[in-house]
Write a protein that binds this ligand. Structure first.
Ligand code: MG
Length: 329
């Protein structure tokens, strides 16, 4: 169990850091790097939000996931108040006011929370993928428990992403990870769990505009199983499903990439980087599912060493241990 939790954390960080240097369009990423991204690379100087980041450095996705995990571990449970505290802790730590990679829903919600508004309303406009990009710890503490993952994923969304579409996307990722934690689970079972959790999550939150996350997952998986070349399938994913900040797009694409990579964490990262757009978030979600499924043993030592060294503020072992205690509680 500890190895699966650690695998989920490694996956989250690997996808985030690996795909961080990708550009906005698949063709541009391909041309810039002369083909697939096959190693950790620094954020390019002309990237709108990742300029200046070191090779192997994580971004907001994993920073927030760790921040949430830390608070949930300290408090022994998942609550909207804890999630709000975790997001504020992270925002202040990275000097969010002066950092370009804070997402739009989170930035809005942080301002509202800091202004003293009730958590019942601070997330009512939050409809982008920040809810799903950080949710992996919740899947990791609910091995085999889809209902528990959905319940806690919903609670974690309330302060910043309290809309049906955002909660649906977060539940899809948390639910898939929860089921991926069970030994012997198949890729098809993980996809089915993600879709079911997406539909369960869609019943919560303020009504908002958004495509069905479960239908997008279904469509993305169908695209990535087509008999086409890898680059063509990723281009199709980019064109039809999308790798945008919209949560049905990026969550759908993450599931498609998980299937296309047959659940291999590093291959998920390579594919998601080439799919471009909000690549770090798509990769973080796909790789977190893959890492939880395959466990820490599926990661090359060199990748683990780089993630630990570059992101030395984050203690993977301690967080994994804390999440294990929560999972067993
Ligand atoms: Mg990011």
């Amino acid at each position: 169990m500890l190895l699966k939790i650690l695998g989920g954390l490694y996956g989250q960080a690997l996808g985030d850091a690996w795909a961080m240097p990708a550009l906005l369009k698949p063709q541009d990423t391909w041309e810039r790097y002369g083909g697939w991204i096959t190693e950790f690379l620094p954020g390019p100087a002309d990237h709108p939000v990742h300029y200046g980041l070191a090779a192997g450095q994580i971004t907001d996705d994993t920073e927030q996931a760790f921040s949430l995990a830390k608070v949930f571990i300290e408090e022994g449970k998942v609550t909207p108040e804890g999630a709000a505290r975790a997001v504020i802790n992270w925002y202040d730590m990275i000097d969010g006011d002066n950092t370009p990679y804070v997402g739009p829903s989170t930035r809005r919600a942080v301002a509202a929370i800091k202004a003293g508004q009730s958590l019942d309303v601070t997330g009512r406009m939050g409809d982008t993928n920040g809810a799903a990009m950080r949710v992996s710890p919740i899947g990791l503490i609910h091995p085999g428990d889809l209902e528990g993952a959905v319940r806690d994923a919903h609670l974690s969304c309330i302060p910043t992403h309290n809309t049906d579409v955002a909660i649906s996307g977060a539940c899809a990722v948390a639910g898939a990870i929860a089921v991926a934690m069970v030994d012997g689970t198949t890729i098809d079972e993980i996809i089915a769990a993600g879709m079911k959790a997406a539909d369960m999550g869609r019943k919560f939150g303020y009504t908002w505009i958004g495509a069905s996350v479960s239908r997008r997952i279904e469509m993305a998986v169908e695209i990535t199983r087509r008999d086409m070349g890898d680059r063509e399938r990723l281009q199709e994913l980019y064109d039809v499903i999308g790798t945008t900040l919209a949560i049905p797009d990026s969550v759908g694409s993450a599931f498609g990439i998980f299937v296309m990579a047959e659940g291999d964490p590093k291959q998920c990262a390579i594919y998601a980087a080439q799919a471009s757009g909000d690549a770090d978030t798509v990769a973080a979600m796909a790789c977190a599912i893959a890492g939880a499924w395959k466990g820490a043993g599926a990661f090359e030592q060199e990748i683990i060493d780089t993630l630990r060294k570059v992101n030395s503020d984050y203690d993977f072992d301690q967080v994994a241990q804390g999440l294990l205690t929560l999972a067993q509680a």
